[in-house]
Each structure stands twice: as C-alpha cells, then as structure tokens.
Ligand binder design. Structure first.
Ligand code: ATP
Ligand code: MG
Length: 881
C-alpha cells in the first residue's frame, strides 16, 4: 500500500462507520489555543469538548498535520535519533462528541487494524490507565485478548495537551517489531526502557475532564472519544520497517539530497542523523510555509527559522552544497501533494521563502561563525566548561544566531551552554526596552493612582458628541487627587458620563472641551485609567474659571476631530477587508493606530512586501468599498457567536464575553471604536506607504477625506517643483531622474578610481617602513580612521606579497585592528589570530578570525603603541614555537 492509500483507507473505514470527514485545521491553531502550533487532531475540537461550541458532526474523522516542536510535547531532540519521532507528523483520528464511547472506539480500532489492514493480532499489545477496569474489560471480553497482553500505566495512559484543557485516561496500541530489534532481556515488554521493540502507534483517548490552571479536574459536559494514530509510524509498520525514516515518506526526500563534492567528515551513523533531521525539518518548514508562516525573529516565525537553520547547519556538517534546502521543496511536495494539493499551489512561493532564508543564514554564519569559534576557543583556553550566557545572547542579538543552535555547536565542542545566563541577559534587554517604551508613553498616559476607589464612567460617545456629566474626581498634573483645579492648571478630570472616546483598540483618545458657567477645560487627550477600561480620564488644562469635584459640566467632543477619526477608523476596516481579498486570508491584523489625519495597519504578510500591482489593487478595492456607500450596522452578541459569523478579530486582544460587531457590507469586525454611518462619508483613500516593521510583518499607512486632499496637493506640488528644477514635464520625471542617477554613478566610479590610485601611492610609501624579525618581513601601519583600516590594508597587501601586516586606527575613542598574514607564512605556523590576541591586551579589546586574517576592536587608544610593539614579539614567538 502506498502512503496515500493508507490515509484513504483510514478515512474510508470511519466514514463507513458513520463518521463525517472534516477538513484538518492549519498548523496555526485558533487564537484561544494554549499551544503555539497544532499538536494533535483533537486540538480544533477543544471548544467542542468544553461545550463552548456545538459539535460539527456527531462523529468525525480527520487527517491532521501536527507540529511538535515547542512546549511540553516537543520532540525535536529525538528527531533522527529515535526512528519514531518527527517534529512534523500526520495524525489519523476518529472522534465522537458524546455519541459513542470506549466500546466502539476499541472495537473499531481493532477491526481496522486486523481486518482492513490485516495486521497480525499476535503482534499487537495494549496499555490502559491504571484503574481503568472498564477499558481493560473491553479489550479482554469484547476483543478476546489475553490479560498478559494488556499493561497498566499511570502517567503514560493519561493524555493531556498541556497543563490545562481537555484530558482523560487513554488506551494505547503498540506493535511488536520482533525480537530481532529487542534487547533480549527476559523481562522485556511494552514500555521497556532498554529497547524499542514495542512501538506505540495509536492512542485512544477517553476525553473526560477539563483541567483548570490550578490542576483541578472538572468533568466535561459530555464524554468524548479522541483517537490519534501516527501516520508515519503506521506506514513504517505496514512497510515492515523499524524506523519511520525508512519509509518512502522520508526516503524520497533523503534521496533527493544533492550529493556533495566534498566528502562528509562525519561518521556514517552521525551523517544519517543529520540527513533525517534535514528531511524532517524540510517537511515541517514546507507545511509551515503553506500555512502562511515565514521565518522571522518572533513567535511561530522564529520556530520556523530555527527549524530551517538547524537543517541548514546539518547540511553544512554533511558538506552539502549551498542552496540544498530549497531544492528539497519539490521532493517534499511530491511526497505529500496527493493529500495536500495546496503544497503544489504554494510550491513556488515556498521555494522563494527557503531560498531567502538560506541566503540570510549564509550571511549570518559568515559573520557569526568565526566569532563563535573564537569564543569557544577562548572558553576552553580558560579551562572553563560553560559557554557564557552573555556570549550566547550577543550572538543572537547581533548575528541572529539561534541560541539553541549556539548551544548545540558548543556541545559538539565539548562545552555546556549557560542557557539560564542567556535567558537572564535576554530578560534584562526586554526590561530595558519596556522601560524605554514606558518612558516614551509617560507623557500621554493618565497617571491617577490606582489605590483610591474611583467610580467608573459611562461612555455615551457612540450616540452623541455632547452631554452633561458630573465631575467625580480631579487630579493635578502629576496625578495626585485634588478638590479643585484652578485657571491654567494642568490636570485630569474624571466624569461619571462622557462622550469622549478613550484610547483603545488602536483609536486615539478624543479631544474637545469641558465647559460650564465661565469655567472651561481644554481636553487634549482621553485615556482609560487602566486596563479594566472603566474610568475615562480627560487630560488637559483649565483655560478659564476653575473646576471642582461635584460640579456638573458639559462635555463636548471636538466634532471635526471626531469626524476625521471616524473616517480614518472606518477605512481601516475596509482596508483589512481589501488586504484579505487581494493577498489571501493569511493576512492577520497585528495592530493598528487610527489618528484624525492618518491610519496605519500592521499585519502578518505571509508573502513579504506588496508588489506595486497589489498595492494598486488594494487601494482601488478600498475606494470601491467607499463608493458602494455601505451602511453601518452594529450588533451586540456573545463572542463565540460573533466568531461563528466570521467576524474578524485580532488574536491576543481581550474582547470580553459580549462584543460589538461592526459591519460595512462585506466587512465584519469586532470593534468598540467610532465609525461613519455609511462608507461614502470617508471620501477617498490614498495608500501613502507600505513597509516592513519586523520580519513577516508589514505596515500599510493611508489617509482619507481632508488629509487625502492635503496629501495629494503636497505630492503634486513636489512633483511640479522637481519638474521645474529638471525642466521636465511631470510625466517625464522618472526618465530625467534616472538619467541624472546614471551620470552620478559614472562620476562616483571616476572618483573611486582616483581614490584607489592615491591610496596605492600612499601604500607604496608605507612599504618603505617594512621591518624584519627572524627573517619574517612585517609592517605596522596606522590608518586615519576605522573606515580606512580595511582600504589601507587592501591597498598595501596588493604590493606586499609575503609578510605580516598590521593596520590600526584610533577613532572616536575606539581602536580598530586588522592583521593579515601571507599564505606562505601561515603555512610556517604564523597566525593572524595569535598576533591579534597579543595586540588586544594593551588596547583592552577582543576579536577573532582565521590564521590568515583577524580583526578586533579595543577601547584603550593609549595602548596603541604597545599594541604595535607587540607585533614583532608575537611573530618571534610563533616562528620559534
Ligand atoms: P511518544 O510517547 O512515542 O512520544 P506520545 O505519547 O507523545 O508518543 P500521543 O500524544 O499519544 O503520542 O500521539 C498519538 C500518536 O501520534 C502516537 O501514538 C504516535 O503514533 C504519534 N506520534 C506522537 N508523537 C510523534 C512524533 N514526534 N513523531 C511521529 N509520530 C508521533
Ligand atoms: Mg511524545
């Protein structure tokens, strides 16, 4: 049976038993999930198990791709080493949502294995939860198994997806791979710690409880069946193999690895591990790409980057040629496309993602590997056994070296990696970044103390821009409670009712005025007191009279401000809709900020930068939605119902149980902000910029209404002025500028040639200063500045066929050093690295490199003379030793 026939036979079998084939979830689980990736077939049904959503069908069957690379269920360490674990696996599962329970689940599993697949019953073993007599009885009485074929375990037979969520006892089915692969001990049995003779391949979970954060178990509203059979392990068993990597799911990928010109320096067993790692990680990354993830430095993108870089490094260890990983995409696709036609559709895009990551990683390695090597050497020379956490952090921070990879390389070199130190360095940096961000925000945040008991405010700004409210508290500019605010005082006013919108959901706070009987207060910003979103704080200044607690006052939002905000906010909904239509559903909101004069929208962009064509389509679509003049409709409903209606919401944002759903024609979003009554009011939308704000995250900015008019006027004026300078009509501007740029490049080339000539002449002069130690010519030279170090070194080396060259510069309190050694001298044992080390001492610096070239930096310019003087000594030491 071909793998795809096996998948199909499982589905057919359970469809025959009244199950509905449901589409699998993506590898990216729902927003409410507790795992980073989908780790089991049951995951998409968690809300069903918990009773929060109706069952999609009474009985279901799925083929679910899973990724076990993060958190408690991670198998990455095992990949390629055990023969049983991949990070990516497909799970075949049948589910019952309160319909059938243990008896049917067990009976059908047995029937499928022994009758449909014709497995030998003698080869099968069973485990059940320690006190699940019911399941044990079913296996014995219904199936007729001898009691000694059934073992009982505690932890291993209680399934959960993590510390919280649905869980329950389970019964697992094992296959006996035969005595040949066993340890031969008399007591060898299922669960044997010494060998892999018995392999678990199907887990029947009896979902019975919901575990809450403290560990308490609550019974589920109805008991459910959730089974998961590892597809790779099943294929392995049916093919008579003892490792999943020997099935065609993997061999077709491993066979597609390009042969390397250089022979791998690894022993055969170790080489096999790396091939299997590559095959698994390639499968995982292909699926991740197809599910819309791109490598980045955060969250899921980071995991993908880590997997790809781990595979790339395995490739380097095998001496595989550059670019090998992207060539595997077609083999992975071919092996899975029968079941996942989408892989074929996305193949070209996936290859592009792979190629880009390979290019980036090559650059990373080039820059970081020498440094890591010298850090390792340094650690060893100081007889330490641990690579410092700070070093791991710096490699990560400046060179993008995944810390897990650094740790692996350290281990290969016999060193431990101080991961705790790494994490605390990381935390420190995060803390600093957070403190900086806080400082930046402090000037707009309302800082009323949290410890006094303040009443909440009623927000009436959806219906009106003006209302009378009562002042329930006043604070001075530093947030201290006061009884009154006098003329010219800065302060904060808390009202019991207000039409002022406080900043939330990306929409900035309202401006306007509070006024009564000769007293007035100019509101420059409105904020919630804290994240409970109860108290609306008006920040501003008393412009006349004075304010007292207990006063009634009219609160009036600046209508122009609010009008422009509503327009920019509403267009942001239309923009999100247009982005999804043009770029696909992978577009997911990361954040947004709405101001009266522009809006910006950040989103996950699975395929990188937008093309000009896509930008044009998006802008055109937004304007079309505006012109359609869709009327606004607002409904209040439970969160789950809104999601079921397909409302768009932002993952990770806390919306509460009851939400506000705002609809404009085809755009349906959860949103508490303020909006236009119909889209025509927005006027006109211009996309003003599109950029990257992080890997895989793009930002689009745009303007509407009056701001769009102003934008357009500014652009036209600028174009006209440029046209005047170039004496070209506006339509001819691109050609004129291109012509100018060409000419500029020519001139720059001429200048560079002249500079090289001048440098050559000065290099020739430097050569006169060549000295000699023990027959080794050497030259020490001082460059003007840090930038000159390399140019001067290059220029001299062209004329300096044999010898040691050290170029130094002091620039801005820092010392830069570049040492080069000609090849003939390297062969004689003279090392640029060693000479550099000697020079680094007096300038208090560090650096690294190879025997032929090493560079470093120091922080003590006063030590330069001593550093130069150290050169002959270091050469002498090298040529004697
Ligand atoms: P193991 O103890 O072997 O790691 P598990 O207890 O983690 O397995 P379950 O969570 O019960 O496994 O998953 C159900 C089935 O999925 C397993 O019986 C097995 O066939 C398969 N499976 C689990 N993890 C992997 C993996 N990393 N690679 C391939 N198949 C797996
Ligand atoms: Mg496991």
């Amino acid at each position: 049976m071909k793998p795809h026939d096996i998948r199909q036979s499982f589905v057919d079998f359970f469809v025959g038993k009244g199950h509905t084939l449901l589409p699998p979830a993506s590898l990216i689980p729902d927003a409410m999930s507790t795992t980073l990736f989908t780790i089991a077939g049951m995951e998409q049904f968690v809300p069903v198990f918990l009773g929060a959503e109706p069952a999609p069908a009474p009985r279901a069957v799925t083929v679910q791709r899973c990724l076990r690379v993060a958190g408690g269920k991670s198998d990455i360490e095992n990949v390629g080493r055990t023969g049983r674990h991949g990070t990516l696996l497909e799970m075949l599962g049948n589910f019952s949502f309160g319909e059938y329970y243990k008896t049917e689940a067990i009976r059908w599993a047995w029937e499928y294995l022994t009758q449909t697949l014709r497995m030998e019953p003698d080869r099968l073993r069973i485990t059940v939860y320690v006190d699940d007599d019911e399941a044990a009885q079913i296996w014995q009485r219904e199936i007729g198994l001898a009691p000694e074929l059934i073992s009982r375990f505690r932890e291993d037979n209680f399934w959960d997806m993590g510390p919280t969520g649905p869980c329950g006892p389970c019964s697992e089915i094992f296959y006996d791979l035969g005595p040949e692969v066993g340890c031969g001990r008399p007591d060898c049995a299922v669960g044997c710690p010494h060998c892999n003779r018995y392999i678990e391949f199907w887990n029947l979970v009896f979902q019975q409880y919901d575990r809450e954060a403290g560990g308490m178990l609550h019974p589920l509203p109805r008991k459910a069946i959730d089974t998961g059979m590892g597809f790779e392990r099943l294929c392995m068993i049916l093919a008579g193999k003892t490792s999943i990597f020997d099935t065609e799911l993997y061999t077709t990928i491993i066979d597609a690895l390009p042969t390397s010109s250089a022979k791998s320096p690894l022993p055969k067993g170790e080489a096999g591990v790396h091939q299997r790692i590559i095959a698994d990680h390639a499968r995982a990354s292909v699926f991740l790409a197809a599910d819309g993830i791109t490598p980045s430095n955060t969250d899921r993108g980071y995991v993908m980057r880590f997997l790809m870089r781990r595979a790339l490094r395995s490739g380097r260890r095998l001496r595989l040629p550059d670019g090998f990983l992207s060539t595997l995409v077609s083999a992975v696709t071919a092996s899975l496309a029968d079941a996942y036609p989408q892989l074929r559709e996305k193949q070209a895009a996936t290859v592009a993602i792979f190629a880009e990551e390979e290019r980036l990683f090559d650059r990373t390695l080039e820059r970081g590997e020498a440094l890591l090597a010298s850090l390792i050497a340094d650690t060893r020379s100081r007889s330490q056994t641990q690579l410092a956490g700070r070093a791991i952090f710096e490699l990560h921070d400046t060179y993008g070296f995944p810390p897990e990879l650094t740790a692996e390389i350290a281990r290969e070199n016999g060193l431990e990696a101080d991961m705790a130190g790494y994490r605390s360095a990381m935390d420190e940096q995060r803390e600093r970044a957070r403190a900086d961000a806080q400082k930046k925000r402090a000037d707009v945040r309302v800082t009323a103390p949290a410890n006094i008991d303040l009443p909440g405010s009623e927000f009436v700004g959806q219906e009106t821009l003006q209302t009378r409210g009562r002042i329930v508290a006043l604070f001075d500019g530093s947030g201290q409670p006061v009884a009154a605010l006098e003329r010219d005082a800065e302060g904060i006013v808390l009202l019991d009712r207000t039409p002022f919108y406080a900043e939330r959901g990306g929409q900035v706070g309202d401006r306007g005025a509070l006024a009564r009987d000769g007293a007035s207060f100019e509101v420059t910003d409105t904020q919630y007191q804290d994240k409970t979103y109860q108290r609306i704080m008006h920040r501003g200044r008393v412009t006349s009279g004075s304010l007292h607690t207990g006063d009634d006052i009219d609160a009036i939002v600046d209508p122009g401000w609010r009008r422009e905000i509503r327009r920019h906010h509403s267009v942001t909904h239309l923009l999100q809709r247009a982005l999804k239509e043009v770029l696909g559903d992978g577009v997911a909101q990361r954040g947004s900020a709405v101001y009266p004069d522009h809006t910006r929208f950040d989103f996950d962009a699975p395929h990188g930068a937008l093309s000009k064509d896509e930008e044009g389509q998006i802008q055109a679509r937004v304007n079309e939605l505006i012109r359609s003049d869709y009327h606004r409709s607002v409904q209040i409903m439970p969160f789950s119902q809104a999601i079921a209606h397909g409302a768009i919401y932002m993952k990770g944002e806390n919306y509460g149980d009851v939400v506000r759903v705002v609809t404009f024609g085809p755009s349906v979003e959860l949103c508490g902000g303020t909006h236009v009554e119909s889209t025509g009011e927005i006027g006109h939308f211009i996309m003003t910029s599109e950029s990257a704000i992080a890997a895989g995250v793009r930002r689009v900015e745009g303007v509407v209404s009056e701001s769009a008019d102003r934008y357009w006027t500014r652009v036209r004026d600028a174009a006209e002025r440029a046209g005047d300078v170039l004496t070209a009509p506006i339509e001819k501007l691109p050609e004129s500028v291109a012509h100018l740029a060409d000419r500029n490049r020519d001139l720059e080339k001429q200048i560079a040639a002249l500079q090289a000539e001048i440098a050559g002449q000065s290099a020739a002069q430097h050569l006169h200063a060549t000295k000699d130690v023990d027959g080794v010519p050497y030259l020490v030279v001082r460059a003007e500045d840090a930038a000159g170090v390399r140019t001067l070194s290059d220029a001299i080396r062209d004329r300096f066929s044999t010898g040691v060259l050290a170029v130094v510069a002091a620039d801005d309190g820092k010392v830069s050093v570049l040492v080069t050694v000609s090849d003939d001298l390297v062969r004689r044992g003279i090392s640029a690295q060693k000479i550099l080390s000697a020079m680094m001492v007096p300038v208090q610096g560090r650096g690294g490199g190879t025997h032929a070239m090493a560079q470093g930096g120091g922080k003590n310019p006063a030590g330069i003379e001593a550093a130069l003087a150290a050169v002959p000594e270091a050469i002498r030491a090298a040529s004697h030793g």
